[in-house]
Design a binder for this molecule. Structure first.
Ligand code: ATP
Ligand code: MG
Length: 574
């Protein structure tokens, strides 16, 4: 594409998508929960299964669209009975259990703003987010409340209602001394199962999501009900969701992927979602794909790398015939992983790109289009992506192919964030003229494929060259012993920065000086002396965020002995 689309062309694409929405009856607006739940519950497929939940002990519970409509209405009525008002923030701190999904959608019905948090967060990340988001309601479990929230109550003056999942007696156990703590089950039992969604403006706030904290302290991105337009069509186009499919999004709703595509998009598309409360286990994951006859699977590069680490025998033992489409998001997907997918699973893995801020998939390898392993694919309809650089308060577009620059998106897609909570200046700083600046570096080839180079913060400057970490990491991963790789720039008096790599090995390989030298040699051969790492450290595991992203800034801080910064999203080693 050598010309930029006009605003009218982009808006026409979204107008078409908007026309697929049902809208609240009597033209009363657009509400995510209506599009996701009520319109289907009232239609011909009300008995279709919306969710298949698997609990920690492996029990399975199904919930149809109709049942989901009733349960979410109960929750919305329960909020109303407590005096909770539209616009009030409702925080969710629970594992992937049915109550999380019911509360999220029920709160959207009541026009509250939802913020799902990872249940594995410690007290400080919980406090910081609930404080910033002025949480009025919290849905959690007695155990999580006792361990993580109870001691924070004085620091959270806005928090009025704590709704505890589980039996009444357990809620009683923590009630002593803490006000506003109630049993969710009791409230739900007392609430009516029909609820009329109040008038909802498409611009009413709906979702608050904190970024992963990969590059610094997490930011709170706020989205509005109109985002559902993008959740819906991108699910169909980028994930190939078709009504009646069985879909498994492995992300937790504490990360934006687990809400946009773990809750909203499959429902609006009339799809059955598998939800597993349990954490990663290679053998069980393969079994789940087989036994649940999953058609579409959306996961992340970290999970793919863990499956690759677990060997070829497990996938060879399962029948993955119903599986039609695999997609991945969150980090660059190394070409090795795409090729592994073809060989081990019989299907390529379709990488796609988006951010908390974009709210939905922007660039993707869509079904039926040639995949170039290592590329994120093409912008979706309605999305205009460009490569450029900031020049004060405007951007200069780079039109020649294969030149690196910042990934820019033309403003105005429905799920674009509307602010960073309490950081309006920072929000405004993300835009220049008509463009949103993503903070990621990419290049576009002559055929319009976008290639991820690295985060702007992670790019390494060595002897006058700019080196993207992704290319170096992908080359390292081609070595049979390397399971994971992350590279950083390490200050050097002569060349500015040298490339330093951290790697983790596949099982069956022992760290040794010989192996280190062999991998250094492999990298030098593949990348040449400028981009090849000068140093390699072998670690047991690389530090990651809870959403599975490698924390290069932490590796760098440790290497340089500098401040480790905000580690609220660091995944604790297992
Ligand atoms: P923070 O903004 O707090 O530093 P984060 O950017 O990791 O954290 P998210 O919004 O969860 O938070 O992640 C979006 C980022 O993840 C993108 O900006 C990009 O850097 C990376 N990313 C997502 N998908 C891909 C992909 N397919 N290829 C490469 N990078 C990706
Ligand atoms: Mg980010």
């Amino acid at each position: 594409m050598d010309r930029t689309s006009t605003r009218d062309e982009l808006q026409a694409a979204w107008a078409g998508a908007r026309a697929e929405m049902d809208g609240l009856p009597e033209d009363r607006g657009l509400n995510i929960a209506h599009e996701a739940v009520d319109r289907h519950a009232a239609g011909a497929h009300g008995d279709r299964i919306a969710f298949r939940f698997f609990s920690k002990d492996g029990r399975r519970r199904e919930m149809s669209f109709r049942q989901l409509a009733e349960e979410t209405s109960r929750f919305a009525n329960a909020l109303r009975a407590l005096g909770v008002e539209p616009g009030d923030p409702v925080f969710l701190l629970v594992g992937r259990i049915p109550e999380l999904y019911v509360a999220a959608l029920g709160a959207l019905k009541a026009r509250c703003v939802i913020c799902p948090l990872f249940s594995a967060f410690g007290p400080e990340p919980i406090r910081a987010r609930m404080d910033l988001g002025a949480a009025r309601v919290l849905v959690t479990t007695p155990a999580l409340y006792r361990r993580k929230v109870k001691g924070l109550r004085e620091e959270l003056p806005a928090l009025e209602h704590v709704l505890l999942v589980g039996p009444e007696e357990e809620a009683e156990g923590v009630r002593a001394g803490a006000n506003g703590v109630r049993s969710l089950a009791t409230l739900m039992a007392e609430a009516d199962s029909s609820f009329e969604i109040p008038d909802t403006d498409a611009e009413d706030p709906a979702l608050l999501h904190f970024t992963s904290g990969t590059t610094g302290a997490p930011k709170g991105a706020l989205h509005v009900h109109e985002a559902v337009v993008a959740h819906h069509v991108t699910g169909r186009i980028a994930l190939d969701l078709r009504p009646g499919d069985v879909f498994w999004c492995t992300a937790d709703p504490g990360w934006v992927t687990g809400t946009s595509y773990g809750i909203i998009s499959p429902l609006t598309n009339g799809v059955t979602s598998v939800v597993d409360e349990r954490e990663f286990d290679a053998e069980r994951w393969y079994r789940t794909l087989e036994e649940e006859e999953v058609n579409v699977w959306y996961t992340a590069p970290t999970a793919v790398r863990m499956l690759m680490k677990s060997g070829r025998e497990l996938p060879a033992q399962v029948d993955l015939n119903p599986l039609r489409f695999i997609a991945s998001v969150g980090e660059p997907l190394n070409p090795e992983a795409v090729i592994w997918g073809r060989e081990a699973l019989g299907l390529p893995i379709h990488d796609n790109w988006w951010q908390t801020e974009t709210g939905s998939i922007m660039i993707a390898n869509v079904a039926g289009r040639e995949i170039r392993p290592g590329s994120m694919g093409h912008p979706l309809p309605g999305v205009e992506a460009a490569v450029g650089r900031r020049e004060n308060d405007r951007v200069e577009l780079i039109r020649e192919p294969d030149v690196e620059g910042e990934l820019l998106l033309r403003k105005g897609w429905p799920s674009m964030f509307r602010t960073y909570l309490n950081q309006e200046g920072r929000y405004r700083g993300c835009f220049a003229g008509d463009w949103y600046l993503t903070g990621d570096l990419v290049r576009r080839d002559a055929d319009g494929y976008f290639w991820f180079v690295g985060r702007a913060d992670d790019v390494i400057k060595s002897a006058g060259h700019l080196i993207g970490p992704f290319e170096v990491e992908s080359a390292l991963m081609e070595h049979p012993a390397v399971a994971e790789a992350a590279v950083i720039g390490k200050p050097d008096a002569v060349v500015g920065e040298i490339v330093k790599a951290f790697i983790a090995l596949h099982p069956g390989h022992e760290a040794s000086e010989d192996l280190r030298l062999e991998i250094l040699g492999h990298a030098r051969k593949r990348l040449g002396s400028v981009a090849a790492p000068k140093e390699i450290s072998i670690l047991d595991d690389l530090p990651k965020t809870k959403s599975g992203k490698t924390l290069r800034r932490l590796l760098k801080a440790r290497e340089l002995g500098t401040d480790e910064g905000d580690l609220s999203t660091l995944e604790a080693p297992t």
